[in-house]
Design a protein around this ligand. Sequence first.
Ligand code: FAD
Ligand code: FES
Length: 320
Amino acid sequence: MVTITFDGKSYPGGNESVLESLTKAGLFIPHSCKSGLCQACEMRLMEGQIPNQGYKGLTDNKIQANHFLACQCIPTQDISIATLDGEVKNISTTLIHRIQVSQSIFKLVLEPKKTLSYCAGQYLRVYHSKNDFRCYSIASNPDLEETIELHIQVIPSGKVSNWLVKEVKIGEQIEVSEAMGSCIYPNNNMSPTLFIASNSGLAPIYGMLKKALYQGDKQVFHLVHGVTSEKDKYLTEELRELKNAYPNLKITWFDYSLVETNKQKVFIDTALSQINSPQDWKVYFCGHPDMVAYGKKQSFLKGVSMKNLYSDAFVPSKVN
Ligand SMILES: Cc1cc2nc3c(=O)[nH]c(=O)nc-3n(C[C@H](O)[C@H](O)[C@H](O)COP(=O)(O)OP(=O)(O)OC[C@H]3O[C@@H](n4cnc5c(N)ncnc54)[C@H](O)[C@@H]3O)c2cc1C
Ligand code: FES
């Protein structure tokens, strides 16, 4: 057994994550995905050492600042830790536009009260209340858009998605975090790039695609958008206009409902068939966690380099 010292008190730990140990002890530590993806459970290591897994997905700057993820850290020695209270900067935004764009997805546009810096492809925490939030990806292009576009998939009995599309009124305030995540499109990219999205996974990819094309990148881009059914297709007009304006963009829509078996395999095979010399390509995956995990594995087996694989798995929150 190891001892976790937090807020002046000691708690037993080991054989489970720091998040689980502190939750069992009756403390509330903000968290969401419990999978090392949303970074909601980020804390600071004050004393001791933790296994590398605790740093999974954090930037070098954060690691140097002794940040770690409580849901990924299973301590093997005594540690002393603290919250990041006050270190994550939240920003107030105004909901200025909302429109239903498919059977299950709404587009929301938020106007930040002060500048919100972000990279194409990053995501935000959207707060329902102080400790209750969900992650949503930014569909805007940081080079040209000051407003924040979000694509919200309405989850049956989902607390925050239903609140965002049914309860918050135009003109009301929504609290969001600073931008997070490392699945981003860079300022300089020469590689042909395949973007693979399922359902609202199109959000970050739309932001990255706009950045890439508007900044004048001339290499080949393929977008493959998988939807549960025809009624879930969205942004088709906007994407067709992009395709007409930029001959280096090719778009394929994929309807999962038309495939009887092995849907994920057929989708990923269709997407990866766009690639001829895999070692030259960057591949981005955004959307359902199973699609992302399977797609990354198949891309690697096909010959895409690990360093050229980028992803955001839309892991549901696990707040209860
Ligand atoms: C980095 C990141 C970026 C994301 N970006 C987006 C985005 O741009 N657009 C978007 O729509 N979503 C996105 N998500 C997913 C979104 O955060 C979750 O779907 C969230 O849980 C929805 O909140 P809710 O309050 O509506 O439902 P909850 O109250 O959290 O969930 C209600 C129930 O539905 C289940 N559930 C929740 N989401 C899903 C789902 N997607 N599929 C199946 N079951 C689900 C939960 O497990 C729970 O049982 C992202 C997630 C991550 C981690
Ligand atoms: S990264 Fe730990 S809860 Fe999401």
